[in-house]
Design a protein around this ligand. Structure first.
Ligand code: SF4
Length: 183
């Protein structure tokens, strides 16, 4: 079996989905026989190479313009794009800010929090603007596989990757969608 290349990136998220990926434990050794890791948050390469990769995994929602650009780049360079975790699927917990205007959110975060003294909203050309609302990845680019869960279980992640390695599009249903497949 030829090795497939896999890239991953996190957007507006915690690290939980990537941690769950690492929770496949010793199966990662088996996986690495068939998979070559390309760009990931834990490798030096931060973007998939121009020639592209087979599978791209995005975790996290999209809440600023840089994240939207990152999602577009991943879509362009990944043959199969997976939105992994509730944040990537729907925007998840990050969408709590969608009930408020972005200026209100920034004011609350940088000025009004109880522990803040003389706070100010940072402005700099290098700081990416917030989008009006946080969305899932699929609202910005087409997604091939949605893997929900907060985070998805290691078994569900393993199922998706092993199905792809077998040349099948994973069909997510039943126990695969439940945290702890043996539970
Ligand atoms: S889905 Fe849950 S675990 Fe994954 S990035 Fe979002 S908050 Fe973190």
């Amino acid at each position: 079996m030829d090795k497939i290349t896999v890239a991953s990136q996190w957007l507006e998220s915690c690290a939980g989905c990537h941690m769950s990926f690492l929770d496949i434990d010793e199966r990662i050794v088996e996986l690495l026989k068939y998979v070559e890791l390309s760009s990931t948050p834990i490798t030096d390469m931060k973007h998939p190479p121009k020639e592209g990769v087979t599978v791209g995994i995005l975790t996290g929602g999209i809440g600023n313009e840089e994240e939207a650009a990152e999602a577009r780049l991943m879509r362009e360079r990944c043959k199969i794009l997976i939105a992994m975790g509730d944040c990537a699927v729907t925007g998840g917990i990050c969408t709590m800010r969608n009930f408020f205007d972005t200026q209100e959110v920034l004011r609350r975060g940088y000025i009004e929090t109880e522990s803040t003294v003389d706070g100010e909203i940072p402005h700099h050309e290098d700081l990416t603007p917030l989008t009006d609302k946080v969305t899932g990845v699929g609202d910005v680019v087409p997604v091939d596989i949605y893997l929900p869960g907060c985070p998805p279980s290691a078994d569900a992640i393993w199922f998706v990757l092993s199905e792809l390695l077998e040349g099948r599009m994973p069909k997510l249903e039943g126990k695969v969608l439940k945290y702890g497949m043996d539970g």
